[in-house]
Design a protein around this ligand. Structure first.
Ligand SMILES: [Zn+2]
Length: 191
């Protein structure tokens, strides 16, 4: 399998730049490719750049899970992984492989997002919710460890379904007070 970026130049030329699977998965060559000159006219600007996207497999997820500098995407990785087709893969990595705690949190959040997605839309899939909730109940410690990481609106919907009490930040005393204190101090400085 070939992994290629297609970089289109204003002159009409399209350069194909081959990268390895790992480079493609984590965009490791992206900056270099951005600044690469067009092979025909030498211009560095491009009109479009298509990214190769290798399929998620256990090995890629483990590699990602052990390197804080590797990202499948700059943002919203949890949303990207929140797909029914990745559930088995995610569980396999959670249960059988050593990965960084922040990466575990992303995987747990992805599962919570699946529950969220299937309880707020019109195409709710109750079977899918049940399946994921059952898996998360078995891994409650992981969910509790991830709770500060997971976005509030996701927790609000998914936690009661998993059987974990959702404590709103708004009513959660100490952290809220702490923030207020900082805010008040800042206001004093500004005034
Ligand atoms: Zn060109």
């Amino acid at each position: 399998m070939k992994y290629e970026y297609q970089k289109a130049c204003k002159c009409g030329n399209v350069d194909s730049i081959e990268v390895t699977r790992k480079e493609a998965a984590f965009g490791l060559k992206e900056k270099e490719i951005w600044s690469q000159e067009c092979s025909k006219c030498g211009n560095k600007e491009f009109t479009s750049l298509s990214h190769p996207q290798p399929e998620f497999k256990t090995d890629l997820l483990i590699e990602w899970g052990n390197n804080a500098d590797y990202f499948f995407m700059e943002q919203d990785e949890d949303l990207m992984l929140a797909d029914e087709k990745y559930i088995d893969l995610i569980l396999e990595v959670l249960d059988n492989h050593q990965i960084l705690s922040q990466k575990r949190n992303v995987l747990i959040e992805a599962l919570c997002v699946i529950i969220y997605d299937n309880n707020v839309s019109e195409e709710n899939n109750a079977d899918l919710t049940d399946r994921v909730a059952k898996e998360l109940k078995k891994r409650k410690t992981d969910v509790l460890n991830a709770q500060d990481w997971i976005m509030d609106y996701i927790k609000e919907v998914s936690f009661p379904i998993i059987g974990i009490e959702y404590v709103s930040k708004k009513t959660n005393s100490s952290e809220h007070k702490e923030k207020n204190n900082i805010w008040n101090k800042l206001k004093q400085i500004w005034n």
